[in-house]
Design a protein. Structure first.
Length: 233
């Protein structure tokens, strides 16, 4: 993917501010504009097709939790460092927004200095990480084109099972397994099971990102159990 490019606070020239509350958005805008150029919007849909090449995303916790932020960024092949703000701080809230992909959290209201300090806490965001997330979500899109049976067959095949073993487990003939495998390779745009396994692993990474906010009972940083199994449902 090339060398990593680190976002630093002094490089911030564009801030995308997302807050569905008009009055609060104006207040945050007045503070954020002391740091960089700010695009204040009620939702990410307002950006349309004009996503900046490089920006920082500052978003209220309510919009971060309910706005499918990662999915929308993935669809536009842009991944920005995400700073979430909210009135009051709780462990549950912070865990929730971090599981949504945020790199930092700050209490609101705050001044420009505190906001800039919070941005500095998000600074280790690399181009390599961005590229990986784009690959993950592209892979997830491909996997989502598979039928439920094709997903089951592909998952087992990527785990090293033979057509005969897959057939026995799914109670179908080896020939039917072969047909499903062939169709899956075409849908995934790959030539063999090895390449399919790479797509599967990338897709699983994207799915874990999207599911993190649904696993609140797990400590931060722990991978959700059974993530791969979700693809076979």
């Amino acid at each position: 993917m090339g060398e990593s490019v680190v976002y630093e606070v002094h490089e911030v020239t564009k801030i995308i501010l997302v807050d569905s509350n008009d009055e609060r958005r104006v207040e945050v805008y007045r503070v954020a504009r002391e740091i960089a150029d700010v695009l204040p919007i009620a939702s990410l849909d307002e950006i349309g097709a004009n996503w900046p090449e490089r920006a920082w995303l500052i978003i209220h916790a309510d919009d971060a939790r309910h706005g499918d932020v990662l999915q929308k960024m993935a669809e536009n092949e842009k991944f920005y460092p995400i700073l979430v703000y909210s009135e009051g701080r709780s462990v549950a809230l912070i865990v929730s927004v971090l599981r949504q992909g945020a790199q930092g959290f700050v209490n609101w209201p705050c001044g420009a200095a505190e906001l800039k300090k919070a941005l500095f806490g998000c600074h280790r965001w690399t181009r390599r990480e961005s590229d990986l997330m784009i690959q993950q979500f592209h892979a997830r899109t491909k996997v989502c084109t598979l039928s439920p049976r094709e997903r089951q067959v592909t998952q087992l095949a990527c785990g090293g099972a033979s057509n005969k073993e897959i057939g026995q487990q799914l109670e179908i003939s080896p020939r039917t397994v072969e047909v499903h495998r062939a169709k899956a390779l075409i849908r995934l745009v790959v030539r063999n099971t090895v390449e399919a396994a790479r797509i599967w692993m990338l897709a699983d990474g994207a799915q874990q990102l999207l599911n993190r906010d649904h696993d609140e009972e797990e400590p931060s940083g722990v991978t959700a159990p059974g993530a791969s199994a979700r693809w076979a449902a």
